[in-house]
Ligand binder design. Structure first.
Ligand code: GDP
Length: 335
């Protein structure tokens, strides 16, 4: 038999009651490409908005193999034990578009959290551009908060643009590094170091301890060359082992020290307001972009325009202008 579809009201009621099955259904609507589902999702999100916001949102990033899933499992269990509440683990993985299905946030990678009664794990939405994927994760945060999840982890792979997207929706951005790869200083990619509120060096266990401590010193020195962040908080560098759980308490003491600091100086609320603004503009940009590329006339002309640029018949600028002209004309007539 087919389950009856819940109305917007029923969904909101279920979410606010903390019903995880209904929460999952609503997230599926957010992720759907069906315009009716999307419209319904937007209504649900809007109605959940007043119940959202009362959480701490933490971004966790690191290159593949850095130990994100091992650490998140350990961090999550630690945090729930120490602070109580409920934890949602979400992810942004735009590469999942290519690989059809994200591995980030996969339940099987987080064995302890997967069976924890107070956790909710949801893999990255897999369809669309980075902007689209990130927006869906952000909307999922709102629903999770409305459902009573007061701790949110957003996992992302430390290989590019997705950190910036992740940073734009979290209160604290944690960068997981590993030592001993010989390229830790090369790993100090400018853009990423600048958005990290904390840098943690994982796998500080066994005969790796000295190397980790050396790497930590290098990172601390490197941080001196960056300007003071807007928050007024100087990022800290700590070593830990996600596998053995050592140093995990110190990592979380540091993160909560940060929250105390930015809640006291007003930066916590300031950052959230800036993020809300950012997401309004992001949504406009994304919608305009989609609208442009889905326009039938543009779809028809795009290849030709590309060819004429490649053949040197038009400059990139003129080709773009010509396409935009077609788009404007079409939109003046149809809208
Ligand atoms: P992810 O790709 O960033 O999610 O990394 P994983 O959590 O899957 O870990 C990659 C590998 O590193 C796995 O073989 C883990 O067992 C190992 N690993 C993760 N954390 C630690 C740690 O603290 N110490 C050691 N020695 N190995 C670890």
């Amino acid at each position: 038999f087919r389950r009856r579809e819940l109305s917007v009201g029923e969904m909101v009621e279920g979410i606010v009651k903390g019903d995880v099955t209904i929460l999952s259904q609503a997230v599926t609507l957010i992720e759907s490409v069906n315009p009716d589902h999307q419209a319904k999702a937007q209504e649900v999100i809007n109605k959940c908005l007043p119940y959202s916001g009362k959480s701490v949102r933490i971004g966790i990033s690191g290159v593949p193999g850095a130990g994100k899933s091992t650490s998140i499992d350990e961090f999550g269990v630690h945090l729930l034990k120490e602070k109580g509440g409920r934890l949602a683990v979400l992810a942004i993985d735009p590469s999942s578009e290519r690989t059809k299905g994200s591995i980030l946030g996969d339940k099987t990678r987080m064995e302890k959290l997967a069976i924890h009664p107070d956790s909710f794990i949801r893999p990255s939405p897999s369809a669309g551009s980075l902007g689209g994927v990130a927006r869906k994760t952000r909307e999922t945060i709102i629903l999770c908060e409305a459902a009573g999840f007061d701790k949110i982890f957003v996992e992302t792979v430390g290989v590019g643009q997705s950190e910036t997207a992740c940073h734009s929706m979290v209160d604290f951005f944690l960068l997981i590094q590993v030592a001993g790869t010989g390229d830790e200083l090369q790993g100090i990619k400018r853009g990423i170091m600048e958005i990290a509120d904390g840098i943690v060096i994982n796998k500080c266990d066994g005969d790796n301890v000295d190397r980790c401590q050396m790497a930590a010193t290098n990172f601390r020195n490197a941080l001196h060359f960056f300007p003071m962040p807007e928050s007024g908080w100087t990022p800290k560098v700590l070593c830990y082992s996600g596998f053995y759980g050592t140093g995990v308490k110190e990592v979380w003491d540091m993160i909560y020290e940060y929250f105390d600091f930015v809640k006291a100086n007003g930066y916590f609320d300031y950052r959230r307001n800036e993020q809300s603004k950012y997401w309004m503009y992001e949504t406009i940009n994304e919608q305009l972009r989609l609208n442009f590329y889905h326009n039938p006339q543009i779809r028809e002309q795009l290849q030709l325009a590309e060819q004429s640029v490649l053949l040197g018949q038009k400059t990139s600028f003129v080709a773009a202008q010509d396409l935009l002209e077609i788009y404007y004309r079409d939109n003046v007539i149809t809208k």
